[in-house]
Design a protein around this ligand. Structure first.
Ligand code: SF4
Length: 416
């Protein structure tokens, strides 16, 4: 039997929910001027290149997607400093500090990371130090903790000695949220995490065996990732899997299989990040992922999980490609965007999305997203008109310095 190819085939397997597509409120949400025209009206998007065919496809497919999480977008940005309140003062990372139980050590040394992600975290190599770090951070105003650590050679973080102190922290400070990067976990580990009182379980889900073997240097199977997801989903913890787009040296390889696994286990949210090639060794370089391929995956993820928050995390390549990726994220209807590029708030408003903006820097944004799973996380609704005016003013200043290129929306036939 002939098979559909590419994304179409993958979506066939995922089976996006479209049953409520004909509801008038969902139709109305996206009945705006052609999206290419909308893009051309956003002054701040000058100079970024979006694939016109993909934009058309997004416009067409988004008109058909219905779900409780389709339509709203929450931006986390440190840019709008004048809107800060005492609650979000200083844009420090203290509200949601990231703590590593192994310091900067990791046995796996994955090709995209080389344990560098751990370097900026607060080390807490013993339960006693973790208690003391948490006490200090709570004193300084922290509302939660992102707990992680380097992996052993089986992609497991050895949290066992830390569970009693995590339980003690949760008993002493029940409102203090703890999100843990679980790495691979079986039922017993997931149960210990749950018993310790961990609120949120995060796991990078990999869908290609070659990526597991080559990038992670790991002798585990893709099925082990799914089994971990299943074990975590069977607990009371909120489960927030991550998919790293372009993890196979910058190419998309196992992302759709990872998405299928995520869909099967109904997470509380899905976080997408884009591989950043900075730390790759010279003999195994990473390409920067192609932004249209990333955008196409955003769209598939949105369609596959219309009732689940799908968020774009902080990690993504910088520069023009970041603006392109962010543009596709807004067009594809993702629900959260940390550190959006200029013009994204205006684009979302012009597309008729429900927009919220919180002044937060990156690790805080992750924490806010976690808190948002149980409410609005104390997010601050800001004056969008003021934000757009501020963005435009900043662009005008840049423009006067003569650094802007002209608008280019490209298609297969050349610039539109
Ligand atoms: S296991 Fe995690 S911390 Fe260690 S190198 Fe890989 S991605 Fe980085």
């Amino acid at each position: 039997m002939p098979r559909a190819s590419g994304a179409a085939a993958r979506l066939e397997r995922i089976g996006p929910a479209r049953s409520r597509a004909e509801r008038p409120e969902n139709k109305r949400r996206y009945t705006v001027t052609s999206w290419l025209e909308v893009l051309a009206r956003v002054e701040a998007l000058e100079g970024i290149q979006l694939d016109a065919g993909l934009v058309h496809r997004m416009e067409r497919r988004m008109a058909e997607v219905a779900g409780t999480r389709v339509g709203d977008i929450h931006f986390y940005t440190p840019s709008f400093k004048s809107f800060r309140t005492s609650e979000i003062d200083g844009c420090g990372t203290s509200a949601w500090p990231a703590v590593s139980i192994t310091g900067a050590d990791c046995s796996l040394q994955c090709d995209h990371c080389k344990a560098r992600i751990l370097e900026s975290m607060i080390p807490a190599r013993s339960p006693e130090v973790l208690w003391s770090v948490v006490s200090q951070q709570i004193e300084a105003g922290a509302r939660g903790l992102l707990l992680t650590g380097g992996s052993n050679l089986r992609n497991e973080v050895e949290y066992d000695p830390f569970y009693p102190v995590i339980r003690r922290i949760k008993d002493a400070f029940p409102g203090f949220r703890i999100a843990v990067h679980t790495a691979l976990a079986d039922e017993a580990v997931a149960g210990r995490m749950e018993d310790a009182g961990i609120d949120v379980a995060m796991l990078d889900v990999i869908g290609a065996q070659d990526t597991v073997t080559q990038v992670y240097h790991l002798r585990r199977s893709v099925d082990d990732f799914e089994r971990s997801l299943e074990a975590l989903a069977a607990t009371r913890m909120k489960v927030v899997p991550h998919i790293v787009i372009g993890l196979h040296y910058g190419s998309l390889l196992g992302e759709w299989r990872a998405l299928e696994m995520v869909v099967r286990h109904r997470p509380d949210a899905l976080v997408l990040v884009v591989a950043m090639p900075f730390y790759a060794p010279e003999h195994r370089p990473f390409a920067v992922p192609e932004s249209p391929a990333v955008g196409a995956f955003f769209l598939d993820a949105r369609e596959a999980l219309p009732d689940v928050p799908v968020l774009l995390g902080c990690a993504r390549p910088a520069g023009r490609v970041k603006s392109e990726i962010d543009g596709y994220a807004v067009l594809a209807g993702l629900n959260g965007l940390a550190h959006p590029s200029d013009g994204m708030v205006e684009l979302a408003v012009r597309l008729g999305r429900g927009v919220r903006v919180t002044s937060a820097c990156c690790s805080m944004a992750v924490g806010e997203q976690v808190a948002a799973l149980e409410g609005d996380g104390g997010a601050l609704q800001l004056d969008v008109d003021q934000i757009i005016a501020q963005e435009r003013e900043r662009r005008r200043l840049v423009s006067r310095q003569g650094t802007l290129a002209s608008i280019r929306v490209v298609s297969a036939d050349g610039p539109a």
